[in-house]
Design a protein around this ligand. Structure first.
Ligand code: NDP
Ligand code: BG6
Length: 505
């Protein structure tokens, strides 16, 4: 079942929360909307951005007065852009009475390609003319309009493109919002520089730093699980929890993105952003309310409690065959795997290791949170291996939450065994299609909700945590372990887990 259209989900006009900062704009849900995708010829645009807009549109979340402008340097006609996108638009959630081709055709009527450079005024002047013309045709002159710019571009291009958006394309009749993609810099210094450049052009409430992990269903469920269940509230702390693991695995390598990946490595690509965002939601204190600023305040606080990372708490690796990618230098020592233990120095978490593990070309594709509890004290069952309670939230694939428990093995003997209390989403919510992360986050941007976006100070603390380690790795001070493609990663990572007290159940 699709969620109700926005008119039912929220009032037509909502005031954004008041603050002492710059005057906030109104987020008007109905009316003329222009979405500009810069870098429309690229990988992210075709795989994620356009499909997300299409899905929102076909489900009735976007107004009829919508138009999408693809902008890039490549010489493309409208039809050529449409052909590039066609294979990525899924029609399984389209109104069956209309037929899938109709939905795509209707959508493509709303997609125009504009060719232009990122660092010259001319293209943006033309872009502004086209957007203004659309606004003039689709809305009365007095009514507010909305402009959303999605920077699906390499970050090096953000400053030049942003300057020209600011100079030529700002909306004079309503809000302008800008979505920027990770990586937001390569370390604290470069991230600060990028933040200052963007901060000089746009206010914080115009900037949406996307981390698509925050749009995943189970990540969004974390707040509810932790703070709406009495069951969890009293046990979510160092008295009961032995360790927390946040794991990301992919069963494929860099696949054509080696050139990008080699400059960043797995810590910058996955851990510093996606896994840190998950950690914040697992570890932070209860926010005052669901106001985006209250939530982000708590995330910053818990990040500030993270201790400097020690080398003995880190294992890095590179899969054999990584350097066969022609875009990767033959002498690269960029890690494609890392396991990093973070330690949070506060009353709730002192002594509990948070193991952040991520790797490419491993044995499976999954992302999960594993909260392992301490042993039940005073064992009377004297079983060989009681097994620890573990609460697992599988973010993907096949979203699920399950609790590993020790139970009596059914039968005449008093024997114990491990079993699961299992809530698999595909069984429990059979009729519900879980939205893609990018869909949700695009809709949030249009609604003006920054809860699931990264605030500037949050980004800064995340870089503060990882920058010293990253600089040591870049300087070749940590040994890079080799691991086989399709394996669990280097054995040293399992040794690290065992050393910090994680028990495989
Ligand atoms: P691409 O390398 O495909 O670049 C997007 C477009 O930008 C290209 O089609 C090209 O368009 C233009 N471009 C590329 N290189 C340059 C350059 N050096 N100078 C100026 N323009 C350039 O990037 P992606 O689409 O993969 O990623 C876009 C952003 O999203 C990046 O910040 C990336 O890190 C991030 N991201 C990407 C993900 C993915 O799965 N691809 C996942 C998560 C984040 P043209 O030449 O036509 O102008
Ligand atoms: C991106 C990384 O941010 O996330 C990619 O740059 C990675 O390297 C991707 O493959 C994983 O996203 P997901 O949603 O498939 O887990």
């Amino acid at each position: 079942k699709a969620a109700p259209p926005p008119e039912e989900a929220a009032p037509a006009v909502c005031e954004e929360p008041k603050s002492d900062g710059p005057v906030k704009e109104k987020s008007v849900l109905g009316g003329c909307l222009s979405v500009v995708v810069l870098g429309a010829s690229g990988d992210l645009a075709k795989k994620k951005t356009f499909p997300a807009i299409f899905n929102l549109y076909k489900q009735g979340f976007l107004p009829d007065e919508l138009h999408i402008f693809g902008y890039a340097r490549s010489k493309l006609s409208n039809e050529e852009l449409h052909e590039k996108l066609r294979g990525y638009l899924k029609t399984d959630r389209t109104d069956p009475s209309k037929g899938p081709e109709d939905a795509i055709k209707q959508f493509f009527n709303k997609v125009t390609y504009i060719q232009g450079a990122y660092d010259e005024d001319e293209g943006y002047v033309k872009l502004n003319e086209e957007v203004s013309r659309h606004e003039h045709e689709r809305s009365d002159d007095g009514t507010p309009t909305r402009r959303l710019f999605y920077l699906a571009l390499p970050p090096t291009v953000y400053p030049v493109a942003s300057k020209r958006i600011q100079k030529h394309c700002m909306n004079q009749r309503g809000w302008t919002r800008v979505i920027v993609e990770k990586p937001f810099g390569k370390d604290l210094e470069s991230s600060d520089e990028l933040s200052s450049e963007l901060g000089a052009l746009f206010t914080e409430d115009q900037l949406y730093r996307i981390d698509h992990y925050l749009g995943k269903e189970l990540v969004q469920n974390l707040l509810v699980m932790r703070f709406a269940n009495r069951f969890f509230v009293p046990i979510w702390n160092r008295d009961n929890i032995a360790s927390v693991q946040i794991v990301f695995k992919e069963d494929f390598g860099t696949e054509g993105r080696g050139g990008y990946f080699d400059q960043y490595g797995i810590i910058r690509d996955i851990i510093q952003n996606h896994l840190v965002q998950v950690l914040c939601l697992v570890a932070m204190e209860k926010p005052v309310s669901l106001d985006p600023e209250h939530i982000r305040d708590e995330k910053v606080k818990v990040l500030q409690c993270i201790q400097p990372i020690k080398d003995e708490d880190v294992v890095i690796g590179q899969y054999e065959g990584y350097k066969d990618d022609p875009t990767v230098p033959k002498d690269s020592f960029t890690p494609t795997f890392a396991s990093v233990v973070l330690r949070i120095n506060n009353e709730r978490w002192d002594g509990v290791p948070f193991i952040m593990k991520a790797g490419k070309a491993l044995d499976s594709r999954k992302a999960e949170i594993r909260v392992q509890f301490k042993d039940a004290p005073g064992d009377i069952f004297k079983c060989k291996k009681q097994g620890r309670n573990e609460f697992v939230m599988r973010l993907q694939p096949k979203e699920a939450m399950y609790m590993k428990l020790t139970v009596k093995e059914p039968g005449l003997d008093m024997k114990t065994t491990q079993s699961e209390l299992d809530m698999s989403y595909h069984q429990r919510y059979q009729d519900i299609v879980i939205p893609e992360a990018y869909e949700r986050l695009l809709l949030d941007t249009i609604r003006g909700d920054q809860q699931h976006f990264v605030r500037r100070d949050e980004l800064r603390v995340a870089w503060e945590i990882f920058t010293p380690l990253l600089h040591r790795i870049d300087a070749g001070k940590l040994k890079v372990m080799s691991y086989k493609e399709g394996s669990r990663g280097p054995d040293e990572a399992d040794d690290l887990n065992a050393r910090v007290g994680y028990q495989r159940t």
